[in-house]
Ligand binder design. Structure first.
Ligand code: SF4
Length: 360
């Protein structure tokens, strides 16, 4: 393994808390090296995820890159050259590039952009996701948006107060929200963010307010949710881990907001008195409080709120019930719906069929 590949191996491991998929990021060895890639990432099948600098002068309490703990760095040339080698061999087809901030934010941001520019100049036309650093200059955000397919900045926490408790060096409004608004102008629909659930002690009600504000104001294409993990040697080393199911429930809630047209107010029904989700699909919780809907007459919006019915299933029901009404849970199979999950939230009366042949 070359020196650059050895450094890359460490810097890919250090990037594990930057998210680019909603599942657990599976890390796989390839070739003879220990360099890992993410096989279920956004935008491409095999995303190499790596930091340019493994050191940081910031002291975010949840992060093990903090305070210069890992001094390895790659230059833009080294990273671009090594990545291009893998790409030309057909080992990876996308790059997610982030960085610690060992010195001036502007210098590091310009190195991230420069890496992207080198890749493009040398013929790389694949997927490129560049991280925007807190406090980045508008001109660098503009350049990153030009060279990358997607850009992202990490919110990490739900509010200035919550971030202040775990990363006081960052100004939530100035360094993050203001930059995110610029990103939304430079790369509308192609920027993402992530939240670390549980690190700052926020409730799910606070997460919901934050997520709703994001979709209203800057419309990120995705919000990723990381369950907090206590890391040895950090100030939060003895803070309790957040159960993995909380992130899973948040991905389910996020789908409801983004793809099912559920309003934040409707989702609040799934919160308990302390503003927390139970370990149960929020759609199930909402449906349990609603009256069953008639599968043969309900509008699409109501069908979408039935557990087991997604956007495609709802569309198939709308088409098929015009030809032949559904008569019971077993009948839902012809629309590709599992009757067990959906059946108890549906009724099957009435319905009109369209005339499909002439009766003479
Ligand atoms: S700025 Fe990023 S890399 Fe640096 S300590 Fe904070 S979370 Fe870690």
């Amino acid at each position: 393994m070359s020196v650059a590949e050895q450094k890359l191996s460490h810097l890919t491991a250090a990037s594990r808390f930057d998210l680019c998929c909603s599942g657990e990021c599976i890390r796989t060895l390839f070739g003879a090296s220990h360099i890992t890639y993410n096989p279920r990432a956004e935008g491409c099948e095999r995303m190499l995820k790596v930091l340019l600098h493994g050191a940081c002068s910031y002291d975010c309490a949840y992060c093990d890159v903090r305070l210069q703990r890992e001094r390895l760095s790659l230059s833009p040339d080294e990273l671009a050259g090594t990545f291009l080698g893998f790409w030309r061999e057909g080992l990876v087809d996308g790059l997610f590039l982030s960085s610690g901030i060992p010195r001036d934010v502007d210098l590091v941001m310009q190195e991230l952009v420069e890496t992207g520019e080198i890749l493009r100049r040398r013929g790389y036309d694949g997927y490129l996701h560049l991280k925007i650093l807190p406090g980045a200059a508008r001109a660098d955000i503009h350049d990153a948006a030009r060279v990358a397919n997607r850009i992202s900045i990490n919110l990490e926490a739900t509010s200035p107060d919550r971030l202040g408790g775990i990363a006081g060096v960052k100004d939530y409004r100035q360094d993050i929200l203001k930059r995110q608004a610029w990103m939304a102008e430079e790369k509308p629909g192609h920027h993402t963010t992530q939240l670390v659930l549980g690190a700052a002690g926020e409730t799910d009600a606070e997460v919901l307010s934050c997520v709703a504000d994001q979709y209203r104001r800057v419309r990120p294409s995705r919000i990723y949710f990381a369950a907090f993990r206590a890391l040895p040697g950090t100030p939060l080393a003895v803070h309790p881990d957040t159960p993995a199911w909380r992130a899973r429930r948040w991905y389910q809630a996020d789908y409801l907001l983004r793809d099912y047209g559920v309003t934040p107010d409707a989702l609040r029904v799934a919160l308990d008195e302390e503003g927390l989700f139970a370990n149960r699909d929020p759609k199930e919780v909402i449906a349990a409080g609603n009256a069953p809907v008639n599968v043969n007459t309900a509008p699409r919006r109501a069908l979408l709120m039935v557990p087991g019915i997604g956007p495609k299933g709802a569309d198939r029901i709308l088409v098929q019930r015009r030809v032949r009404p559904f008569t019971g849970p077993a009948d839902l199979a012809r629309a590709g719906i599992r009757g067990k999950a959906a059946g108890r939230h549906l009724t099957f009366g009435g319905g009109e069929t369209v005339q499909t042949r002439l009766v003479l």
